[in-house]
Design a protein around this ligand. Sequence first.
Ligand SMILES: Nc1ncnc2c1ncn2[C@@H]1O[C@H](COP(=O)(O)OP(=O)(O)OP(=O)(O)O)[C@@H](O)[C@H]1O
Length: 316
Amino acid sequence: MEVCFWGVEARKQGRTVLAVPELALGQQATTAVLGPNGAGKTTLLRLAAGLERPARGKVLLDGEPAERAGPRRAAFAFQRAVFLRGTVRENLDLALRLRGVGPDGRRQRIARVAELCGVGHLLERDALQLSGGEAQRVNLARALALEADLVLLDEPLSGLDGPSRESLLADLPAMLAASRATVVLVTHDRDEALLLAQELVLLLAGRVEAQGPAGQVFRRPPTLAAAAFFGYTVLGSLAVRPGALALGGEQPAARFVVERVVDLGTQLAAEGRAEGRIIRVAVPPGANPPAPGDEAAASAPPDAVLRYGDDGRLAE
Ligand SMILES: Nc1ncnc2c1ncn2[C@@H]1O[C@H](COP(=O)(O)OP(=O)(O)OP(=O)(O)O)[C@@H](O)[C@H]1O
């Protein structure tokens, strides 16, 4: 399904929180909408679902206004799962009944998504008593059970502890592929976006800062602001790929005074300030770590350094 935004502006309490002149989603199976807190990600998703109308412009699902098409063709999994009293099975059943699915269809679909999402053992449990991880899986199962053309997932991994997150992160691609829907998922985590999506849209302060194939946008962020969000170290007009800075080198990209040396578990890193920002620089294995107060130089391989123009856009 194609999701198009044309001249869209969304306002909250008189403030413009999202401004999207033109954006088309859905060319790839899964698109990640990435951005920091308050960037407008949930608003964009709600507009696509037709749960909100823009103050200006149009949101179209395969050419039809989202507020009309959304209730039929989109399934939305909210960031915090909302369940009604009753068992998980009853909650899934209700969602399907509301979409007009008959009893046999409901039984089959519940069995299918329970297997797919690994929640078969939870079906007879009280939906209000699930753990955070169980609730997230049931939330996904409910959205996928609708067999909608467009599946919208708001932070599907939020609130999960490390192992639960890893387990769902590993299972999600297969779950989404089996649904054969166009999936748009919101996350503020770069790695989550890269692991789950082929297409990436980066929102910063209500505007689309970058869009394109996920790996490519990460490798060559089109603006310094996008690079900074992706974890690049910004040094004036240069952006250095995450983890690429190391102490020493012939032509250092930065000189700094070491403030502390941190043990990151697998390596030591020297921390200090360059161009007004904190930088963290790997201490090469076997090298003597510097001491706080030492002057140090940091360099990176040329292919890990991107140059930006005065307008903040990628120069080459
Ligand atoms: N009901 C509301 N009333 C007023 N302002 C709102 C309302 N809902 C959202 N906003 C504001 O709109 C902006 C965008 O919110 P949105 O929830 O879309 O951001 P987000 O990128 O999803 O953030 P997060 O990652 O924190 O969930 C924020 O500044 C938020 O404070």
